[in-house]
Design a protein around this ligand. Structure first.
Ligand code: ADP
Ligand code: ZN
Ligand code: ZN
Length: 760
């Protein structure tokens, strides 16, 4: 024992820790290295808070370990030794570090990447001003000016005046943001003396804004029950995670607001997550009216400095409620009581860059650090949330009645194979044509949508099946109106072809179902029809997405044609017809979530019809009318869909029945990438425990070139590891990460995606 002990000590490598001293975002890049003292060699972990001697005087300072290696970057004689570890505190900073550590452990990547995700970038600009737009004339003058603007068709001016007449004043960023009024329009009105822009330098004494300016509605029985349950559990010391299921218009937002009020009255703070695309001006105003200056909004238009300001305000308790997309989770509230997550099934809650964290799981962990509750809301919950609610891990709350009135729409499913047999070669079924004509006559609005742009508009040969693809990205090129073929990943362009490059046939043409083709065919069929189109082409500029929706809401078009973007957000009471042109485009996506996504899209699309007083109709065109995602969506039957879908997930070992880790390899050379992928997959195989029964055993799938094999001349390979236990997948990830770290390979990059949202 004695001998082997000394032997052990002799061969044991000295370990070194990278430590960041000051965790402002900018300085996170520059860690300092320290030697790990003997007694900590075994126990020190990445993310631990430590005390280290710093600077010439060797004063002790707090720092965080971001990496541990056995390679010394300096002269080993001169390197300082780490002083001691500090146990986790409960301060704001400690919680952020713990959150970062958890994100790193659960999703992979480095501690530095995790810290950069969690910490707000230190402000580099001067303190952002807080501005308000106020009405500067009397009500009567305002009303007459409004009339004038309306006559002159000065829509933006009119919109601002109308809102100011109602609200008195509005936060500047709300006016330029969700209300879509440009600064030059505001300046114009200011020049006329009609409005005034008030600049506030400090937030300490917020002017009395609209807080409480909207009387609370009496909650319905179901709403009250939901609020009571969450609050009673919280007050009883049993915070939890809740799934609030209710169709659009069933009063979920009202429940969120009431819950937030209850928490604020208890001195707690609240994070409200809403996908940016679904966050409308109306919803924002509902929060502003209840919370006034105590609510703040995070969005992608904020500069790093403004973001930092928001975080500082949150830290010192100047705001109670923050609304924003997934990154709002990292606003450092000292007394967090509740996280609300609207549209929890949205794919945008998953980060697409490393660390690829999911806001839902991260919210649940963050809440556990604070003893806070989480409420997940959706009309069509993700399979994950529904599964956990079923298992009793989440507590279920339901809203079953639509408070806005309106009946459920009538849904028709059209079999496109039948249409073809009957000689209809148009992209519109006869049913849809007939209903479109009818709406045009009655001056009601319609929406037509196609699930996915990437698949539409591709050019293929009917003789041999050859598809025109991008030479760099291995995706289909899309045909534009002027005849160019364009790659939507890298922008590669080439003129259209007259004959097939593969077989020479002349029968090569576009799959005419892109948004632009739909618009063109509509114009041919209904010359008088006013059409708006919304897709990635027409929404390139900032705010154009909102502008199109606002124009449609204002009745400036009869039909809105678009990709799935059009099914979110705004309410259009005059829309009585929704057409889904090819449900198959999302059904046939080679992805285990294809059924779930199709069900959600169809349900949401159907929910767009008949919001107002007039009943709505929905036409779903498909080549697979018998697919359960189609039939249950047509019947608006969530339970039915869930039960069928979960069987498939269980049988195949897909999330949420099991967990799945995508190991993604990016390489500049195809050979190197392929070899590395095989090598890594073999290493992953070592984690498979053959003594386990087959159905409990870890499975390795692949490797294969990723669905999109090559983007911008970088080759992508992927393989999947499936296991019932998430922790087992973390072990695999840790092992592969460590192995890669030791190889020091160039021009390759390894990424992990746990329970991926998109496997295309
Ligand atoms: P969801 O978020 O589920 O779509 P909302 O909370 O937006 O539902 O409610 C839909 C509509 O019903 C809104 O116009 C809202 O003002 C109204 N509403 C919500 N709760 C009530 C209530 N208790 N009494 C009257 N109207 C309500
Ligand atoms: Zn051909
Ligand atoms: Zn390309």
């Amino acid at each position: 024992m004695g001998r082997s002990g000394t032997l052990n000590r002799r061969i044991k490598l000295t370990r070194y820790a990278d430590v960041i001293i000051d965790i402002s975002h900018e300085k996170v890049d520059r860690p300092f290295q320290y030697r790990v003292p003997e007694h900590m060699q075994e126990t020190l972990e990445v993310g631990t808070c430590v005390m280290v001697p710093f600077g010439r005087g060797n004063t002790l300072r707090r720092g965080y370990v971001t990496d541990i290696t056995d390679k010394c970057a300096f002269d080993p004689q001169k390197i300082k030794e780490l002083h001691s570890t500090v146990s986790d505190g409960v301060g704001v900073e400690d919680r952020q570090i713990r959150l970062a550590r958890w994100i790193r452990r659960s999703y992979g990547g480095t501690m530095i990447q995790a810290l950069k995700t969690v910490l707000p970038a230190r402000r580099t600009v001067k303190k952002a001003e807080h501005k308000k737009v106020q009405l500067a004339v009397t009500r009567e003058e305002g009303i007459s000016l409004l009339g004038e603007c309306q006559r002159k068709k000065q829509n933006a001016r009119a919109r601002l005046l109308e809102e100011l007449l109602q609200e008195g004043e509005l936060p500047y960023e709300l006016v330029t943001g969700k209300l879509m009024v440009s600064p030059s329009v505001i300046r114009g009105l200011e020049g006329m003396g009609a409005v005034h822009v008030e600049v506030l330098q400090t937030f300490r004494n917020p002017v009395k804004q609209q807080a409480g300016s909207e009387a609370d509605k009496a909650l319905s029985g179901e709403q009250q029950e939901a609020v009571n349950r969450v609050i009673a559990d919280y007050d009883g010391g049993e915070p939890g995670t809740y799934l609030l299921q209710g169709i659009t218009g069933s009063g979920k937002t009202e429940v969120y607001i009431r819950l937030a009020q209850e928490m604020v009255s208890r001195g707690r703070q609240v994070i409200v997550l809403i996908p940016e695309i679904a966050l409308t001006y109306q919803t924002l105003m509902r929060f502003y009216r209840r919370f006034g200056d105590r609510v703040s909004v995070l969005n992608s238009t904020l500069s790093a400095g403004e973001r930092y300001d928001q975080c500082e305000r949150a830290k010192c308790g100047e705001i109670d409620v923050i609304i924003g997309p997934r990154s709002a989770l990292f606003v450092p509230f000292p007394r967090l009581g509740l996280i609300l997550m609207d549209e929890e099934h949205e794919a945008s809650y998953k980060s697409e860059s490393t660390p690829k964290y999911h806001a839902r799981e991260t919210a649940v962990y963050l809440a556990s650090l604070h003893g806070a509750s989480v409420v997940l809301g959706s009309a069509t919950p993700s399979m994950e949330a529904a599964y956990r609610a079923e298992k009793g891990i989440y507590r279920q709350l339901s809203l079953t009645k639509r408070l806005t009135g309106g009946t459920l729409p009538q849904v028709y499913t059209v079999d496109l194979r039948e249409e073809l047999k009957q000689g209809n070669r148009s992209i519109f079924s006869r049913k849809l044509q007939q209903l479109l004509a009818d709406r045009l006559e009655r001056r009601q609005q319609s929406m037509l949508f196609i699930n996915r742009r990437g698949f539409a508009g591709f050019v293929s040969c009917r003789a041999c099946g050859h598809v025109m693809k991008c030479p760099h990205c291995d995706v289909s090129l899309s045909e534009h109106r002027d005849g160019r073929l364009v790659c939507h990943y890298c922008g590669y362009e080439t003129p259209s072809v007259r004959s097939c490059p593969s077989c020479g046939s002349k029968y090569i043409s576009g799959f005419r179902a892109g948004t632009q083709q739909i618009e063109d065919r509509l114009r041919d069929m209904f010359p008088a029809m006013r059409i708006l189109r919304m897709d990635a082409d027409t929404t390139r500029t900032k705010d154009s997405h909102e502008q199109i929706l606002a124009a449609f809401a204002a009745g400036e078009a009869d039909v809105l044609v678009g990709t799935q973007m059009i099914v979110k957000g705004h309410d259009f009471p005059n829309v009585t017809l929704v057409g889904v042109l090819a449900a198959d485009l999302s059904l046939s996506a080679g992805d285990y979530r294809a059924g779930e996504r199709t069900f959600q899209l169809l349900t949401q699309a159907a929910g767009r019809a008949g919001r107002g007083r007039m009943p709505g109709e929905v036409v779903i065109q498909t080549y697979q009318p018998e697919h359960y995602a189609v039939t249950y969506a047509a019947a608006q039957d969530y339970r039915g869909f869930y039960q069928e879908e979960i069987l498939y997930r269980e049988m195949m070992g897909y999330p949420p029945a099991a967990h799945m880790l995508a190991v993604q390899i990016y390489a500049a050379s195809e050979e190197q990438g392929g070899a590395l992928a095989c090598n890594l997959a073999r290493r992953a195989e070592e984690y498979v425990d053959m003594s386990q029964p087959l159905e409990r055993r870890m499975m390795i799938v692949g490797p294969a070139p990723a669905g999109i094999g090559k983007v911008n001349d970088i080759y992508r390979f992927v393989f999947y590891v499936k296991d019932r236990s998430y922790d087992r997948l973390i072990e695999v990830k840790d092992g592969l990460e460590a192995w890669m770290g030791a190889q020091q390979l160039r021009q390759v990059n390894l990424q992990f995606d746990f329970d991926p949202m998109n496997t295309l």
